[in-house]
Design a protein around this ligand. Structure first.
Ligand code: NCW
Length: 446
């Protein structure tokens, strides 16, 4: 039996566009994900978030489920186009939804944890020069974040400025798999820079408002990279893969600079870094209160002279989830140790960890998702090992509370510990939810 610390924060996570639906209600205007998902060929079978889990109307039932599972905290995100449906135009009706949600959570003694930006950029912001490509996006974001702090600042103990900037920049502007679907590496790095800058400016605004009792941080998706062999060239490939996925975001936040090896590599691809202005890195590296870590998988790479990053992914030996991601709990341990050693002694939270598997409702009306239980258990063991060695890990949020709109994969990938029947919107607690409930109750794993 492995015990967790007494105050360990057990939670689950979701995001607005993935669960809410109600895309035209109470003054909300489209986000880039509405546009992207309605563009032919961008999402699996043309799926959109129009209805999703209909959480906008069913939030009370969903909070009831959270209570049933016994979570201490719930991480959700706020939809920017509900709060500012147009540039500079605040929409109190949109804010009311989150006030109702937070009230419901507090009534049930569940700590609200809010992500300010989980990828649903207002379409109006995109229409003004490409969204995050425009340096004004920083100003728009800070106006939005400040409004959230004014209205909900002290009732939300944990604020997360951004979810996975790697995804909202590289995957969205460089690889093109996510909205807005650009494939331009220079743009990807401009977007990443403005997103990081908006993070720093929002932290500054938060500090100036002196919000009592609440803390602010950022969530990064981190993918440890390992060389395929002991060869020096494979080690170099792993160094670049690490720079690409991890250091490009960790270094500016914790060290106040972009990694030099990556600057050199990238400059050959994108030319001048003229979008980095004086003082930007000071802003990006303003002190935060905690780091959110989203961990799903690792990468193994070998040297490839012809690829942009000089690295080519090779499949690892472990089992894979439905996303095709190799399961590697020991890499979570390596990652946490490395963060502690090289970057920060601040509190860390695993703000997302979980897996998509082929879930089916069986004749007994249940979902026997043993693989997910195994996945979560092994990752919790890795987390516990880190804590046992003195690591400052304060909580763990399963991705996700319930099955939802998995971006470009539509509804074809199920990450939930609660099953959603999209025809009827019926929720069924999977075996993993029942198991997680016991873990929380006992504050330990077997
Ligand atoms: S795609 C992605 N996700 C999933 C999404 O549903 C959620 O909104 C995100 O926060 C599940 O959790 C995050 N993250 C991208 C992770 C990149 C992993 C890279 C694998 C490379 C082999």
């Amino acid at each position: 039996m492995i015990k967790f610390p007494k105050d360990f924060l057990w939670g689950t996570a979701t995001s607005s566009y993935q669960i809410e639906g109600a895309v035209n209600e109470d003054g909300r205007t489209p986000s880039i994900w509405d546009t992207f998902s309605k563009t032919e060929g961008k999402t699996y079978n043309g799926h959109t978030g129009d209805v999703a889990c209909d959480h906008y109307h069913r939030y009370k039932e969903d909070v009831e489920i959270l209570k049933e599972i016994g979570v201490k905290a719930y991480r959700f995100s706020i939809a920017w186009p509900r709060i500012f449906p147009e540039e500079g135009k605040y929409n109190p009706k949109g804010m009311d939804f989150y006030k109702r949600l937070v009230d419901e959570l507090l009534k049930k003694d569940i700590m609200p944890t809010a992500t300010i930006y989980h990828w649903d950029l207002p379409q109006w912001a995109y229409d003004k020069g490409g969204g995050w490509l425009n340096r004004d996006s920083v100003k728009w974001y800070v106006e939005y974040a400040t409004k959230l702090f004014e209205e909900l600042g002290d009732v939300i103990p944990l604020w997360i400025t951004h979810n996975e900037p790697w995804c909202s920049s590289i995957l969205s502007y460089g690889i093109g798999e996510h909205a807005p679907g650009h494939k331009n590496y220079r743009e990807a790095l401009i977007a990443a820079h403005h997103i990081l800058l908006s993070h720093g400016e929002a932290v500054k605004a938060f500090r100036e408002m002196n919000i009592k009792g609440s803390k602010i941080g950022i969530t990064l998706n981190l993918t440890p990279a390992y060389p395929a062999s002991e060869k020096e060239e494979d080690k170099l490939a792993a160094q670049y893969a690490d720079g690409f996925a991890n250091r490009w975001f960790l270094d500016p936040i914790f060290k106040g600079n972009y990694p030099e090896d990556m600057m050199e590599l990238y400059s050959k691809i994108i030319g001048e870094f003229d979008f980095i202005k004086e003082g930007d890195l000071e802003t990006i590296s303003v002190p935060i209160d905690f780091l959110g870590v989203n961990y799903y998988t690792r990468s193994i790479v070998k040297y490839d002279e012809d690829s942009m990053l000089k690295a080519e992914n090779v499949p690892g030996p472990g089992k894979r989830t439905e996303m095709g991601w190799e399961i590697s709990p020991e890499s979570l341990y390596d990652l946490l140790k490395r963060l502690d050693r090289e970057y920060t002694k601040l509190p860390m939270y695993i703000t997302e960890n979980g897996a998509a598997f082929k879930d089916e409702v069986t004749e007994d009306g249940r979902v026997h998702d043993d693989e997910r239980i195994e996945y979560i258990k092994e990752h919790l063991k890795a987390a516990a090992k880190f804590i046992g060695e003195g690591g400052n890990l304060k909580g763990y949020f399963v991705w996700s509370l319930m099955d939802n709109f998995e971006w470009a994969h539509g509804y074809s990938k199920r990450f939930g510990i609660v099953y959603v029947d999209y025809e009827t919107q019926k929720r069924i607690l999977k075996d993993s939810a029942l198991w997680y409930k016991e873990v929380i109750q006992k504050n330990s794993i077997e």
